[in-house]
Ligand binder design. Sequence first.
Ligand code: MRU
Length: 363
Amino acid sequence: MKISGTHYRTLWPAANGAVRVIDQSRLPFEFAVVDLLTLEDAACAIRDMRVRGAPLIGATAAYGMALALRGDASDTRIAQAARVLEATRPTAHNLRWALDRMRGALRGVALAERFGAAMREAGSICDDDVEQCRTIGSHGLELIRDLATGRSEPVNVLTHCNAGWLACVDWGTALAPIYRAHDAGIPVHVWVDETRPRNQGAALTAFELAAHGVPHTVIADNLGGHLMQRGLVQMVIVGADRVTACGDVCNKVGTYLKALAAWDNDVPFYAALPLGTIDWSLSRGADIPIEERSPRELTHITGITAMGTFETVRVVNESSAALNLGFDVTPARLVTALITERGVCPATPAGLYGLYPERRTGT
Ligand code: MRU
């Protein structure tokens, strides 16, 4: 993704030995980068959501594991680093998937070689993510192209949260098809849910789409259903933090309500995701752990003043309780199809195992 003409990934190894990430807590008002030098730096960046989005959480955790091994590459250290990183955010499956891949790559590697091997494996997790997202974009592009055929108006796509390049290493999942369609000259317009409480849509998705020149409009989270009733939404595409082997989709809280509205209005509802998001061990969406974050994210809101300073203000009555659950689960029956790097499939076990036949025997 280009920002002011320069191509960026969301994280990369820097010459000073650090892993450099874009600090998403400052966007869209400030484009800042942060250096991660230690395991704790990586864990904090994930926990505090300087980096966020399931694939990027996985990629950062992979580098976090590598950084942990710089001075001590023992088996004990690997196990301890995995525990620290796994505890950062419980819902995104990509976190566990990336750590499993790291442990697999380090098995049998001599102690002296482990740090280098871990940095290389984390790099290859990032490269794979870029390629997977690019391919998700190609498959999703064809769905948008079909909707555009014979239509004189732009295709209006509604998305929730941020599942663009900022949520991944590059391209994004839900936004990759939109970028590909826009680049292919297909007129698209995106309805961007603001995504309370942390406003990933208003802050990040809008920033990304603006930087790429894609027409878009930020809307209140609750407007989508009304727009669908008026025929102003041709499709919904969201990302996912975890998808069960039965096709239930866990994503940012509010996604389920969009799926219900889409179902009621005959609007196709797609979730876009790479392999690392699929939890083959779960068949029921109800078993997915849902992250509960600080109520302060709900009771307070941060923005920039006319003077250019960041300010946090309270927006909820002081004595009221607040509950901040980060995700919800959309049952597979409400999902038109899943868009993966291997193609588009029904949100069913047959659909998923059809694309990933090698998963039939193990997890
Ligand atoms: O809490 P966040 O910002 O990490 O939540 C992100 C989402 O819910 C995204 O939609 C999801 O991770 C898919 S990212 C390609």
